[in-house]
Design a protein around this ligand. Structure first.
Ligand SMILES: [Fe+2]
Length: 331
């Protein structure tokens, strides 16, 4: 089994690469790390490559890169994959930061590029746009969520942080609650891409930045319940949903097995679990008005926000615990 440590970058195809470069540099605040005829590599201001744009006829996210421990032998990893029945291919010059990678497909057809060593992008002195800290997570929709989750856990070393019922999985490869999401849907497609912000004040600044550029939030600000991240959502010029978030649940110690306790958690302690179908999409802020299966999508315009059902849920659980303690026979 591989042990993925972090997500590298997502490769996005777009029919209008210049429009997308403008969006990702001027609005999102990424830097151009390299530019070629048919692709542009974009990095955070801290030098982490995050997005690779490629010219293409359709909007898609065909490749995703992941880093394993620096110094890992890619040849040895290829042998291990082969033993597990997985054919991989050695590729060079993936990006300016990734010289060597091992490429293979996951069960839903996304090409994964596994690399061990990475060079940070050169410093960009121009501060502009939202300027996220890093590429936080990517969510895909696909028909066989269980199969994809099994592959990511068994082959890549991901851990399941939470499920919503049996159709929405949140997987971690580091202390962050999730780096990939899989949502059941008939069609395989990208669902959204999320960038991590430093804190709530940066989310507020992002709201102002988007508004200044006439980009409407499609959802938020909210605090989710699953993952507990504060988040805002909008659509980029290609129609891909982009999330900016902060405050996501952290599993600092896998042996302890619980997320770092926070006052807004529903459980004490908050451990990985299966959340019921009826779990509200968020703790506060406008609720998703979509069917549960399209949770994380934008609420319908002009819908009346419902508030605080999560608090009721937590109080109900506390009351149930209290009544169980009362009915216990005394010693
Ligand atoms: Fe997300």
């Amino acid at each position: 089994m591989l042990q993925i440590k972090r997500a590298g970058h997502s490769t996005l195809t777009t029919p209008d690469i210049e429009k997308m470069v403008d969006y990702f540099t001027r609005i999102v605040g990424l830097s151009v790390a390299a530019r070629e005829k048919n692709r542009v590599i974009l990095a955070t201001k801290s030098g982490l490559e995050a997005i690779v744009l490629e010219r293409g006829s359709a909007v898609d996210a065909p490749r995703l890169s992941f880093q394993v421990a620096p110094g890992s032998d890619l040849g040895e990893i290829a042998s291990r994959l082969k033993k597990a029945g997985l054919k991989s291919e050695r590729r060079s010059d993936i990006t300016p930061g990734i010289g060597e990678a091992l490429a293979f497909q996951d069960p839903k057809g996304t090409t994964l590029e596994i690399f061990s060593d990475f060079d940070f992008a050169p410093e960009d002195p121009n501060f502009a746009g939202v300027m996220p800290l890093k590429f936080g997570h990517i969510a895909y929709q696909c028909p066989d969520v269980q199969g994809v989750v099994k592959f990511y856990c068994d082959m890549l070393g991901f851990r399941v942080s939470d499920w919503r019922s049996d159709y929405f999985a949140f997987l971690r490869c580091s202390r962050d609650h999730h780096t990939v999401n899989f949502l059941r849907n008939e069609k395989t497609a990208i669902h959204h891409i999320a960038f991590e912000m430093r804190d709530w004040s940066d989310i507020k600044r992002a709201c102002d930045m988007l508004a200044r550029n006439n980009i409407t939030l499609t959802w938020g600000p909210i605090r989710h319940i699953i993952g507990h991240n504060i988040a805002i959502y909008h659509k980029n010029p290609d129609g891909v949903v982009i999330e900016f978030f902060c405050d996501i649940d952290q599993m600092f110690d896998e042996e302890l097995g619980f997320f770092e306790p926070r006052p807004w958690h529903q459980d004490r302690p908050q451990r990985p679990k299966v959340w019921g179908d009826d779990t509200p999409s968020n703790w506060w802020g406008p609720m998703s008005r979509q069917t549960p299966q399209s949770d994380h999508a934008a609420p319908k315009p002009n819908s009346e926000p419902a508030r605080s059902p999560a608090l009721a849920h937590a109080r109900k659980r506390q009351a149930e615990k209290k009544s169980r303690r009362k009915t216990r026979p005394s010693k």
